[in-house]
Each structure stands twice: as C-alpha cells, then as structure tokens.
Write a protein that binds this ligand. Structure first.
Ligand code: SF4
Length: 518
C-alpha cells in the first residue's frame, strides 16, 4: 500500500507561526522581495513576510533598522574559484566586504539592504549558488566532507550524492513547510568530519555483505540537534546503499513533515519526535514510507577529528596536497577571498572548501608548488600554521549582528584565543566554542571548552558573562555534550579563568591523559 501523506498535527493547536506558513508558502516571499519590497523599500515589508524572509536565506540584522544578513548554501563546503570570486564581489558591492564562514560550511553576509537582494540572487544563481532555504523551516544547507573526492580517509566520494539530495530538496514545495529547521549531513569520512550526531539526519560510512559481496554504503542517524535542549542523533537499524540514499532522505523528511510537532515552536524539531518514538518505531515508519531496507552492516566510523585540517596534507592522487588554512573565528573579507581564489587557480585545482570549524582549505596543490603557494600574501594572515588557541576557536555571530544574542562573541573569542596563546603552552590542542545565546549556532556543546553568553548584574549594571562547560565530543564510540561548570565568569575574566583551568589540567593530568574526550 502506498504511503499517504498526512499532517498529524491538530489544526486547533498549531503555534502561530504555522499560520504564517499556511497563509503563504515561505518560498513565495522570494518573488515578493524581487517584485515588491526591493522596489518599495524596507518600510513596505509586512511583519509576516519579514518572518518569511528566512526562506530566501535572509534575516534582519540587529538593530532591525533596514539591514539584513544572508546565508549562502555551500553544498558539502565545496566551492569553485569562480563561485568564490562571485561571493567576494557581492560582499564588496553590498556587504561592506565582510565574509563569515559558518559552522555549517555556509557563507554569511551582513549589511545588505532589501534593494540589493534581487541583484544578489541573480549573481549567485549565475554561478550555481543559492541563499534560498539556507534559513527557514525547510531542508537547510547540507553539510558534508569538505575533502570529498580527494580524501584518503573516505570510503566513497560523496560529492554527487550531496548534489543529488540538495537538488531534490532545494525549492521543493513538498518540503518547504516543515515543523522547523531541518539539517542533513552526508559524509563517508571515517573520522566523522561532518559531525553526524548533531544533525536531524546524518549519513555515515558503513559496509555490508549482501549476496556474498561487500557493499559500501551508509548507516543513518536521526534526530540530533543542539540549542537549549541538545540531543544526539540515534542510529537506525538499516543499511543504505548509495543509490537508495535519496529515497531514505525523502522518507525521513516526510516523516518529519507529517508527524513532527507543530504545537509548540520550541518543541518542533525532529529530535523531540525521535526522543518520543525511539529508533525502532522510527524505523518501522520509515519502512512504511519507503519500503524494505536491509538491516545494519558494519560501522566504519573510527574516531573524530573535529573538522580541523590546518597544515599541508597529502590527498588522494599522486603528489597532490591540500592546505588547511585558519580563518580566525571564521571571519575574512572580500579581498582575502578573492586572493584565495587566485591561489587556488594558480597553485591548486581551482577549488576552495569550507569546513565546519569555520575554516577554508585549498586543494589539489602539487608537491613542487606547495612552498610557493605558502608564500602567497593572503596565507600570512589566513595561515596554515596558526597559533594553538586561535586555530581551535569557533564563534557564532553574537550581538554585533544577531537579534537573539545576549552578548558579543566574535571579538571576545578572538581576544580570549590571543590571551591564551600568550599565556598558555600545551602539547595538545584544545577546542573552544563561543555562543551568544542558547540557540548554539557556534556548536558550544561539542567543544572541549564551550562558553555560552549570559548577563550578570554588577553594581555598575548588567555586563556580559559566560557559563563554561567542558568535555564535549562527537567521538562516534562515546559521543557526549559538555557539562556546565558551576558559576558564571565575567566576559573580561574569561581569558585568565581559562588560562587557570588549562594550567590546572596541565599540572594534574595523569600520564597519557588528554583534555579531549576522544
Ligand atoms: Fe545568534 Fe544565538 Fe545563534 Fe549566536 S547562537 S548567532 S547569538 S542565535
């Protein structure tokens, strides 16, 4: 019997945002932006359409006075130099030259006006890029292995699969009204470099002997996500052949669309449905939707390298290398992005690759060109040989631009990393993540040291402060979120306090012990 799509949410109990989506599909706002708002200006935008701007990949930036931020989807983080130059040019023309790399391998602009949006959409589309559905209650940017195709540690090249699944879901009105945002991750890297456990749906490498032959494919994890109530995705007892991955992605997304909760917005992510159903019931429903699937095979994840690549490394293919650069707290400018595109063309294969640690790689550099490439002026700041703490510090946008932020994060993160590099010497790399509110765009929960912004009262008024958590890991054998320590630290004290914490660890660690939980 064919699966019949149903919306199981009780119409009398829908949260008010559901009515905004029912009244007009989020994707329809793109046309309205082009044909109306870009011509009539910021003041003409209705509050409901302002909410729908997310489907165009656009949010109001703080303090809601006419400027916007935009995210561009970079499938699996892989960009051509032509695309990178187009991104740089748009940033220069409309976004004050500011380019941020996000923790989902996307590119983020700030300072855009509504009048500039149609031209930006056009310029992006001309190079095969889109901001559409980079935000909103829909399938977002698909994160993946930035080394796909050149990775000595992947079982199978996932470039085409990411494209196939992206192309199916992008602008697909069957899936443009999900209960909430929906994040997918696809990687065949054995070191879990696309952070499987914190996605709604993740494909991870696996093999299974079927009819006497070993098949390379995937296992899937479902129902992960961060924010105030973080959940690790759970494994389903199925094996997915690469040619069945799209079918499975459609099935899981269909279940979320039809059975996901729509009553309370803070309880609408897939993780809550998964927590209630459990993996067995979810598998049963998935099979009802897509048909029979083989049970699990052999898991091929062996560890976690946290999506860090700094330095020069051999890639698949004789005599070729990739160079992992550090982009401090994920921020660069248009001029630097242009220069990186030039380096990629001159010394590499004309590609840049964004990572979930907010950094950039240049791939395809032959052995005999590495030294010359390393001399490029742009690689002196965006260096492959960064200082310890600067190389491992991630930050969300914070209150410079984000309306939900409680505190400033990017500058603070940079200052803290610099302080630690000046005051602490350690023989292992500790990862530090900053977030400005519980929404966790900076993925605080998976850090060795995670800092979440809050305010504290002082005699001089409210000031920025941070809760500190330690011990996060996505080691596939024992993934866990970090644990919050007692007490809250004033923003200006974060550097010295972390310095004390690391020194205490250094003096008291047991032989062979590492700060990492993996
Ligand atoms: Fe904004 Fe909060 Fe996300 Fe930071 S974590 S970018 S403050 S919503």
């Amino acid at each position: 019997m064919a699966y019949e799509p149903v919306w199981t949410a009780d119409p009398s109990k829908l949260n008010k945002f559901e009515f905004v989506k029912l009244e007009k599909d989020g994707l329809d706002v793109i046309r309205t932006i082009i044909e109306k708002y870009a011509l009539e200006g910021y003041d003409s935008i209705t509050p409901e359409d302002m909410d729908r701007f997310k489907w165009a990949g656009v949010y109001q930036q703080k303090p809601k006075n006419g400027f916007f931020m935009m995210r561009i989807r970079i499938n699996g983080g892989i960009l051509t130099s032509t695309q990178a130059r187009a991104i740089a040019e748009i940033g220069q023309l409309y976004g004050r030259g500011l380019i941020d790399v996000t923790t989902r391998q996307a590119i983020q602009y700030h300072w855009l006006t509504v009048e500039s949006l149609p031209d930006i959409f056009k310029r992006l589309e001309a190079v095969g890029l889109y901001s559409y559905e980079a935000c909103g209650d829909c399938p977002r940017t698909i994160v993946g292995n930035p080394l796909a195709g050149i990775d000595p540690d992947e079982l199978v090249d996932t470039v085409d699969l990411v494209e196939q699944i992206n192309d199916y879901f992008l602008m697909n009105r069957d899936f443009s009204n999900l209960p909430r945002k929906y994040k997918m991750s696809i990687s065949s890297n054995i070191y879990n470099n696309a952070h499987a456990e914190i996605n709604d749906l993740a494909f991870v490498p696996a093999t299974k002997v079927i009819d006497g032959e070993e098949v390379i494919g995937f296992h899937i994890l479902v129902g992960g996500g961060l924010s105030a109530k973080p959940h690790l995705a759970q494994k389903l007892d199925i094996f997915v052949r690469p040619e069945e991955a799209l079918k499975v992605a459609i099935g899981v997304t269909t279940i979320f669309r039809d059975y996901g909760y729509r009553e309370k917005r803070h309880h609408a992510r897939l993780k809550f449905l998964m927590a209630d159903w459990g993996p067995e019931k979810f598998k049963e429903k998935l099979i009802e939707v897509v048909g029979e699937l083989p049970s699990r095979g052999e898991d091929k994840l062996v560890g976690w390298q946290a999506a860090y690549y700094d330095g020069v490394h051999p890639q698949k293919g004789d005599g070729l290398n990739y160079i992992g650069l550090n982009v401090p707290v994920g921020r660069l400018n248009s001029d630097e992005l242009n220069q990186l595109a030039d380096v990629a063309d001159q010394y590499g294969e004309g590609k840049l690759r964004t990572t979930m640690s907010q950094n950039i790689l240049i791939s395809g550099v032959p052995d005999d060109k590495v030294e010359e490439a390393l001399q490029a002026p742009v690689l002196q700041r965006l260096t492959p040989f960064p200082e310890h703490f600067m190389s491992r510090t991630v930050s969300c946008t914070g209150n410079e631009f984000c309306n939900l932020a409680v505190v400033e994060t990017k500058e603070r993160a940079r200052d803290v990393a610099k302080y630690l590099d000046e005051h602490v010497e350690l023989d292992e790399k500790i990862r530090i993540h900053f977030i400005g509110c519980p929404n966790a765009c900076g993925q605080k929960h998976i850090a060795d040291i995670g800092l979440q912004g809050a305010l504290v009262k002082t005699p001089d008024g409210m000031i920025d402060a941070f809760d500190i958590a330690v011990g996060g890991t996505l080691d596939p054998h024992a993934p866990k979120f970090n644990q919050v320590l007692k007490g809250r630290v004033k923003g200006d004290d974060v550097g010295p306090v972390l310095s004390q914490l690391v020194h205490f660890y250094k003096e008291n660690r047991n032989e062979g012990e590492t700060f990492h939980q993996y």
